[in-house]
Design a protein around this ligand. Structure first.
Ligand SMILES: C[S@@+](CC[C@H](N)C(=O)[O-])C[C@H]1O[C@@H](n2cnc3c(N)ncnc32)[C@H](O)[C@@H]1O
Length: 292
């Protein structure tokens, strides 16, 4: 895949560093990392000496990911244990179309704060910024640097759900950008859709609401539903080879049952996949919540 102008720009942008410090639970780190995420930029490798900025969490926990069936290390806040946010080109790249779309003197609503990358790479276009960030640690580590750069901007320490339910929501923002979940896992779709329904009240006429990783969540759901279709034959022939399948995949079990008694003709399967996707979107399927 050839490099695009977006990729080049993402590499060229230098977001000013958030100073290294720790809150006891989290720390901001700066380090050089050889060839970070090369697979995201097919064809061109990053330099050996990429500057890496990130926030790491301390503490431990276990998270069973029902999608991949993998146990992951998480911290006390429900975050993946390794570096959890970073200011790498991989993170900057998808934000660039949003920056370009902003009007001069624009207004941004963002949740959560993270390293504040979006407002900082769009600062030349932004007049007002309002951030809602749940973690006091992230706020204390990151916001002082941003506030010193842009005095008029505001960050509130609050849970996004509480904010969306209890604050007065005014339709004044040119861009509403929500990024509070850790991955494009479709188990987050019900939460994403809930957020969408509330957060659109913040959008100015002609404004944009963007949910990070929404498209990949839908894509992953479709892909997995197709994968389940392939499993049906094997389940029918050798159910003993898949012990506990129903428990491990509660979200798909009714779908699998349906496939097992139906002819697997393509239009029918597609139709059912679409209705499953829709069920996730309207919250008929249980999902995960607002954790990142
Ligand atoms: C990946 S970062 C956001 C990065 C940010 N968009 C940027 O431009 O740098 C995710 C942030 O969401 C925050 N967060 C997670 N769940 C939240 C919630 N329910 N309400 C508010 N903030 C939340 C996390 O503490 C974290 O700071």
């Amino acid at each position: 895949m050839p490099w695009t102008d977006w990729d080049r720009r993402a590499f060229a942008i230098e977001v000013p560093l958030i100073p290294e410090r720790t809150s006891g639970k989290m720390r901001v780190i700066q380090r050089k990392s050889p060839v970070l995420y090369p697979w995201n930029f097919a064809g061109l490798k990053k330099s050996e000496e990429d500057q890496f900025r990130g926030v790491q969490y301390f503490g431990k926990g276990r998270l069973w990911n029902q999608t991949t069936n993998v146990l992951q290390e998480i911290d006390a806040l429900g975050c993946l244990k390794e570096t959890w946010m970073s200011g790498t080109p991989q993170e900057i790249r998808p934000l660039l179309p949003l920056v370009d779309r902003l009007p001069e003197g624009g207004r941004l609503f963002m949740s959560g704060l993270g390293l504040g990358i979006l407002p900082r790479i769009a600062s030349h276009k932004l007049e007002d910024v309002l951030v809602v960030e749940r973690s006091e640690d992230v706020y204390n580590l990151v916001w002082p640097t941003i506030r010193a750069e842009c005095e008029g901007w505001a960050c509130i320490v609050a849970d996004l759900k509480d904010y969306l339910e209890h604050a007065d929501l005014h339709p004044v923002f040119d861009l509403v950008y929500i990024d509070t979940w850790p991955a494009g896992d479709y188990l987050f779709l019900p939460w994403m859709e809930y957020v969408r329904s509330k957060a659109k009240k913040l959008m100015a006429p002609g404004g944009k609401l963007e949910l990070w990783a929404y498209k990949s969540a839908v894509r992953n759901l479709r892909r997995d539903l197709w994968g389940q279709a392939g499993l049906v034959e094997s389940l029918k022939k050798q159910p003993e080879k898949h012990p506990g399948y129903q428990q491990r995949w509660p979200y798909f079990w009714s779908f699998i049952e349906w496939l097992m008694v139906t002819q697997r003709t393509k239009p029918q399967v597609l139709e059912r996949i679409n209705s499953e996707v829709a069920a996730f979107k309207v919250g008929e399927r249980e999902g995960l919540h607002q954790q990142t």
